[in-house]
Design a protein around this ligand. Structure first.
Ligand code: TYM
Length: 321
């Protein structure tokens, strides 16, 4: 099966990215043909500083490699290195009703959070549709916040196929229910734009500070607590095995355990879980040439697939004779 997913280099990758998407990306690459990319043109909608974009992009590449990307098997590249995708985005724009984009939650959310609405933020799902369709992707592993974008992609593909013939594969989203929305330290969805993230490779000191500052209710140590209402329990569960999770659930319900103690346990779990990946990351940091080579080779392979699709599309729409 062809799997595809992208991630924006709009800041440091966090636990929401990892459990919502990257963990699945790493599992799925073994038995499928996986294509993963760094969506730098998408990040351009919010990152205006070229040095920051460069640094973030390199960091995302290092993070993916450290977290277990199979460089022999998986195609990994920078979105902007395959320009065919922006060409397809323009073509798809002509088939995309304004209303479809106006209904997108992520666009509405960004506006609500005071982000200046440039055209690219509005047109963002069309570029994402091009990303997905140009590689004839079947399954797109993402967090819940991207579900609507994949529905939009299907709508656009259906429209195209019915007007011009069956060219695009219709993609489906793959969302792991227990990981569909990972909460941040304030209890809202963990997100770079809400300033509530815990970075995968942040310093231990900083992770500790953030975990210890997580927002909880004001129950005393002795009082019973509701695990289903606790972002602390939700994050702990991501790292715990079923027995540990069950034991923690009982401690919550029984009372006698304070949030401070749970925070310390969560902090240790985060550090232990990512320790081997931190080691791997250091190795890649010391071979940046290698990282560049991986991205360049990935872009070549991706461009081949993209070029084939784009040719068919251009013939179908009547710009290629
Ligand atoms: P981005 O960069 O915002 O996020 C990358 C992935 O992480 C998931 N995610 C979460 N999942 C659960 N809980 C959270 N708190 C959380 N925060 C982030 C996202 O759902 C996503 O899967 N538009 C995409 C990038 C993109 C793309 C694509 C994805 C561009 N083209 C084509 C798939 C296919 C985005 O902004 O993801």
């Amino acid at each position: 099966m062809r799997i595809l997913s992208g991630i924006q280099p709009s800041g440091k990758l966090h636990l929401g990215n990892y459990f919502g998407a990257i963990k699945q990306h790493m599992h799925l690459q073994h038995d499928n043909q996986a294509i993963y990319f760094i969506a730098d043109y998408h990040a351009l909608t919010t990152v205006g500083d070229p040095q920051a974009l460069r640094e973030n992009t390199l960091n995302v590449a290092l993070d993916y490699l450290a977290l277990g990307l199979d460089t022999q098997k998986t195609i990994f590249f920078k979105q902007s290195d395959v320009p065919q995708v922006t060409e397809l985005a323009w073509i798809l724009s002509s088939l995309t009703p304004m209303g479809l984009l106006e209904r997108c939650h992520s666009y509405k959310d960004k506006i609500a959070h005071g982000i200046f609405p440039n055209h690219a933020i509005f047109a963002y799902p069309v570029l994402m549709a091009a990303d997905i369709l140009i590689y004839q992707s079947e399954l797109v592993p993402v967090g819940k916040d991207q579900k609507q974008h994949i529905e939009v992609t299907r709508d656009i593909a259906l429209k195209f196929n019915s007007r011009y013939g069956e060219i695009f594969t219709l993609p489906k989203e793959l969302i792991v229910e227990e990981h569909e929305v990972i909460p941040g330290i304030d209890g809202q969805k963990m997100s770079k734009s809400y300033n509530n993230t815990i970075g995968i490779f942040e310093s231990e000191k900083s992770i500790k500070r953030k975990v210890m500052s997580m927002v909880t209710d004001s129950k005393t140590v002795a009082e019973p607590k509701d695990p289903d209402q606790s972002n602390l329990f939700a994050l702990y569960s991501l790292f715990a095995d079923p027995d540990e999770r069950e034991a923690m659930e009982q401690k919550f319900r029984a009372g006698g355990t304070g949030y401070g103690a749970v925070k310390k346990e969560l902090f240790q779990k985060i550090i232990d879980y990512f320790a081997p990946y931190r080691e791997m990351r250091k190795e890649f940091e010391n071979s940046l040439d290698n990282v560049e080579r991986i991205l360049t080779e990935g872009a070549q392979k991706a461009a081949e697939i993209a070029g084939t699709t784009l040719n068919k599309v251009k013939q179908a729409i009547g710009v290629l004779f």
